[in-house]
Design a protein around this ligand. Structure first.
Ligand code: C2G
Length: 153
């Protein structure tokens, strides 16, 4: 049983996230995701649109993901690799080289990011919409949550 682990905020879940998770799942037999807590996001200088609980529900409902656990700090990766019996640590290549210290414990892999999409770019595009259009988009986001909730029941 080959276990792959990755970490991230996964806010405003988009094709960049799903394409990464799909590729990560194909590296092994099980994929576990360390999902950044709201407090850790603050430490990373990020404010997510969805709460940890909502992001965990969405990422957890993804068919490529076997388990989601909270990422509270930078240091926990060392113990997580042991705790989840990890064979491969993998991230998008915007993190290239940043986690090579884990190479003593497991394989470390960086995969190419999906071009031309990011949570940040989604937010800035939305910020350019006028209030009325934004309300329409917000309603459809909540409709998506309702569908994901129904699917994950
Ligand atoms: N990603 C991607 N393609 C994109 C956007 C993101 O492949 N277009 C990948 C990132 O490289 C990362 C993962 O999706 O591996 C999650 O991205 P974020 O939610 O932005 O996570 P990040 O803030 O980079 O947190 O301890 C590590 C951190 O928690 C990583």
């Amino acid at each position: 049983m080959k276990t792959v682990v990755t970490y991230g905020t996964f806010d405003l879940f988009h094709v960049g996230h799903i394409r990464l998770l799909k590729r990560l799942r194909e590296l092994g037999d099980r994929l576990v995701v360390g999902l950044s807590s709201d407090d850790f996001n603050e430490l990373k200088g990020k404010k997510s649109f969805f709460s940890y609980e909502e992001r965990a529900e969405i990422v957890g409902a993804c068919k490529y993901v076997d388990e989601v656990f909270p990422e509270h700090n930078w240091e926990q990766k060392l113990s997580d690799v042991k705790k989840y019996n990890v064979d491969i640590f993998a991230m998008g290549d915007d993190w290239e080289g940043k986690f090579d210290f884990l190479k003593d414990l497991c394989e470390v892999v960086y995969l190419p990011r999906t071009e031309d999409i990011s949570t940040t770019s989604i937010k800035s595009t939305l910020a350019s919409y006028d209030r009325q259009e934004l309300e329409k988009v917000e309603q459809s986001l909540h409709d998506v949550i309702a569908v994901v909730k129904a699917m994950s029941r």
